[in-house]
Each structure stands twice: as C-alpha cells, then as structure tokens.
Design a protein around this ligand. Structure first.
Ligand SMILES: [Zn+2]
Length: 474
C-alpha cells in the first residue's frame, strides 16, 4: 500500500597520480601531511589548476552512464566551515556538471531494471580528521584528491535494488580503470535517500542515510529505514526530514542532524577556474576509453557461449577474468569447458592461494595448453585436476608436469597390457564378471587405477575391461 523511493549518491575516488587542482601526489597511506602544498592547504592568493586526467575520467564515467556530456563544465564553490577543509569551501560543480540525464541498467532477480542518473560531477575531497583522546588531528594528504559524485534519481524501491546498483557501478568503474572500488577503504562511498508514500502520491519526506560503508549496509540500512517509515505512516505520525546514520552494531539508523538545504552552502561559480570545454580530441579519447560494460558482457557470455548464470557472473566480475576467458576461447578452448574450469577448480585454487588470475602461475598459455590436452584426450579430467594443482604448486607448464610425473594417458597397448595383468591376478573376480555379475567391476577398476596411478581414462578403461572379459567368451 506504500511505495518507496530510493536514490543514491555515490562518491568514487579517481585513480589519478596527482590531486585535482594541484600537482601533489594523490597517494594513500603516506606519512600525514606530506602530500600537501599551498594550493591544497588553501593559502591565500594561490590558484587552482585543473588536472586533465581527472576531468577526463569524469567524462569517461559520465559517457559510460549514458549521460549528456557538458559542452562547458563549470566549477563552483560550496562554502562551509570545517577543519578538514582549510580554505572553508570545497571546489565542486553545481549548475553545469560534467554529465546529466543518464542511466545504468542493473539486474535484480533475473530482470533488468533501468535506473536514471541525475548527474555526474567532479569535486575535491576534504582532509581527514583523526580524533585521538581529547584532541583532533588533521591530515591533509587527502585534501584535494579527485572525487566523482554520481547521483541517481529515486528509481529504486528496495535495499536489494540499491545493493545491486552499487555492485554494478563498482564493476563498471573498475572495468573503466578509473577507481579501485574498495568500499572498506572508502574509495567508493555511498549515501542514500529514501522516502515512502501512499501509492500514486509521488515522493514522500526525504530522509538521508549516511555511514553506509559496505554494499550490505546499503541494503540493510535502506530496508530498516523503509520499515521504520512504514511504521510511522501506519501510526499516522509525521516523518521528519533529517539525516540519519547507519549504526552497524545495532542494525538501526539513528538521527544525525537536520538537513541543510542546498542554499546553505552558498554555491557560487569558482572565479579562479575557467569552465572546462572539451575539444574534439578530448572527446575522442573519452570514446576510445569506453568498454563493453559488465552487464552487457555477462548477457553476451550467456547467449553466445551458452554459459550458466553463475559462470558468467564469476567471469564478468573482473574485466581481466572475462578477457582471460575470451582469449582462451579464441585460442581454441571449448567455451563451456573453459568456463566451468575457471569458475570451478581454478577459482578454488585462486581462493586458496588468495590470488587473482592475472598474477597467478596459471598463465593464459598454460590454461590453453591444459584445455587442449583435455580436448585431445592426452589426459583425462581427473589428471587435469592434478596438473592444475601442480601448476600452482610448482609453477611449471602442463606438458612439463605431465612428462615429469608420467601422467600421460595410456596408449591402447599399455591399457590392454595392464587390464590383462589385472585379470590374471584377480581371476576369481574376473570369472564372476564373465558370468554376468557387474559387482566385482568396481574392485577390478580399483586395481587397474592403482596399477596405472590413475592414468587410465576411467570410462574407457571400464568399457575395455568389460570387452576383454566378456568378449573372450564369444
Ligand atoms: Zn597540493
């Protein structure tokens, strides 16, 4: 009977080498206040200088989000006083942001849903306050590092949808190489706003939620808030427009402060920075940086390679994984076999060793070689699994491993010889099989596998064993 409206504001830290308006390093984890200069410390009389890499990354993301790109992006001062911002204003964008009116497609329980993007704008980050006992310390290394703010329309209805959007956006910015997407370390941050209302009556009173520093908290925080507002509506109590904080220890939202309206910040155009007008070659670079987006890739993998949902999800989580898979297929690997190995045994090895595919001993060449050995029948699946483990343990090529360990599949002659030996040594069991009893087959197969150290192809060996024993009666 109620409708809920969720909008998100997502800040992403751009992976530039230097800060957005000065040449200080945009490094994290350095000694406090070592990456600072008069510009990012806000000394009087200094002039900001726009980092072209930062604004280009901004346009790349806005383009990937299907936004209308600004012919002239204007910077504005957002005025407020806080010790983490020594010049008492933040350079941001207000009237003419980089991008407007875009959208992103997300997937929610198998269905694709389109969420509109209100705008994408570039701004500078503030410094960091460290509260130690009864003093507060300021580290300005982060002050002036580039942040991209992505604002969605209130098109989501549940915590799960908001979580799906965060996942999709995180993958997207990682695909584009503009942000590492690490929510725990704060390089991707999310604030949410949520309102509920009776069906057909439009948006309700907006409540903002902060401190949602994992995608799970986004989901839990929003679901909690929708429940809280529903209960107030049911009781006929008013919903107060406010900012609330997610308390991860108590799993509730708690009031923070009354919401300032936008004009409290007294936005005005930044007099020290001219509007940015992208030229033709800049826009060409933005086009060139576009990639097939994660959801489109996933849907293509399912359609053209016949992968399962779970395999495609796993492979498309990281662009490097998806590329690894597709290159292997181009080099001759069977798509469904390769996907099942990558999302199965290979993923398990990587997990165990806490590695990513790209820095593991399993190079593309080694994987393609393993797939080819399987395909030609030179080794069977069980041996291939042992080879994979050996690649991780010994950092050697599959062929070398197979030769060194003598794991090559048996030739027909070798297989016959081993089977005949097994039959001779276990004549009672062999006679029973000959008489039509299948039960001792398992026992004989066990003997054969032990003799051949598992090199015999199980199905082929079983078939040959039966043929030899029973074929002999004819
Ligand atoms: Zn600086």
């Amino acid at each position: 009977m109620y409708q809920s409206f969720i909008g998100l504001e997502i800040h992403i830290q751009l992976l530039t080498k230097s800060k957005v308006f000065c040449s200080c390093k945009a490094n994290f984890g350095d000694e406090p206040n070592t990456n600072v200069c008069p510009v990012c410390l806000g000394y009087p009389g200094v002039l900001p200088n726009l980092n072209e890499q930062a604004i280009k990354m901004g346009y790349i993301v806005a383009r990937a989000l299907n936004c209308k790109l600004a012919d002239s992006a204007v910077f504005a001062r957002k005025n407020y006083f806080y010790p983490d911002m020594p010049k008492n204003y933040q350079i941001s964008q207000f009237e003419d942001p980089i991008g407007r009116d875009g959208y992103i497609d997300i997937e929610i329980s198998g269905e694709t849903k389109r969420v509109r993007i209100h705008e994408v704008h570039l701004e500078e980050d503030a410094g960091k306050m460290i509260h130690a006992g009864d003093v507060s310390l300021c580290d300005y290394n982060r002050a002036g590092t580039p942040l991209l703010e992505i604002v969605t329309e209130p098109d989501m209805c549940t915590g799960a949808e908001a979580e799906a959007l965060i996942h999709e956006l995180r993958k997207m910015v990682r695909y584009l190489g503009v942000c590492d997407g690490n929510m725990e370390e704060g390089s991707l941050r999310c604030d949410a706003n949520v309102s509920i209302n009776k069906k057909g009556q439009g948006l309700g009173t907006k409540v903002e939620i902060k401190n949602l520093n994992s995608s799970r908290f986004v989901r839990l925080g929003l679901d909690y808030e929708i429940e809280r507002q529903t209960a107030l509506m049911d009781e006929g109590k008013p919903i107060i427009q406010e900012t609330r904080l997610w308390n991860e220890n108590r799993d509730v939202t708690e009031p923070m402060r009354t919401k300032e309206s936008a004009h409290d910040y007294r936005y005005f155009p930044e007099p020290d920075l001219p509007p940015f007008r992208p030229d033709k070659s800049f826009l060409e670079d933005v086009e060139k940086a576009q990639v097939e987006l994660p959801l489109a890739k996933k849907q293509r993998f399912i359609k053209s390679y016949g992968l399962t949902e779970q395999q495609a999800d796993y492979l498309c989580e990281e662009i490097a994984r998806a590329d690894f898979f597709e290159t292997a297929v181009k080099k001759g690997a069977e798509p469904q076999v390769a996907a099942s190995w990558l999302a199965g045994d290979v993923a398990r090895q990587l997990n165990r060793q806490k590695m990513e595919l790209t820095d593991s001993p399993l190079s593309l060449e080694r994987f393609v070689s393993l797939m080819s050995l399987l395909k030609t029948g030179e080794i069977h699946g069980k041996i291939a699994k042992q080879v994979l483990i050996a690649i991780f343990e010994e950092n050697k090529d599959p062929l070398t491993i197979i030769e060194e360990k003598g794991w090559k599949q048996l030739s027909k002659d070798e297989l016959y010889a081993h089977i005949n030996a097994v039959i001779q040594e276990n004549s009672t069991a062999a006679d029973q099989v000959k008489a039509g009893d299948d039960k001792p087959l398992g026992f004989l197969m066990g003997k054969l596998m032990a003799r051949t150290s598992g090199r015999a192809h199980p199905e082929e060996a079983r078939k040959t064993l039966i043929d030899i024993i029973r074929g002999g009666t004819e």
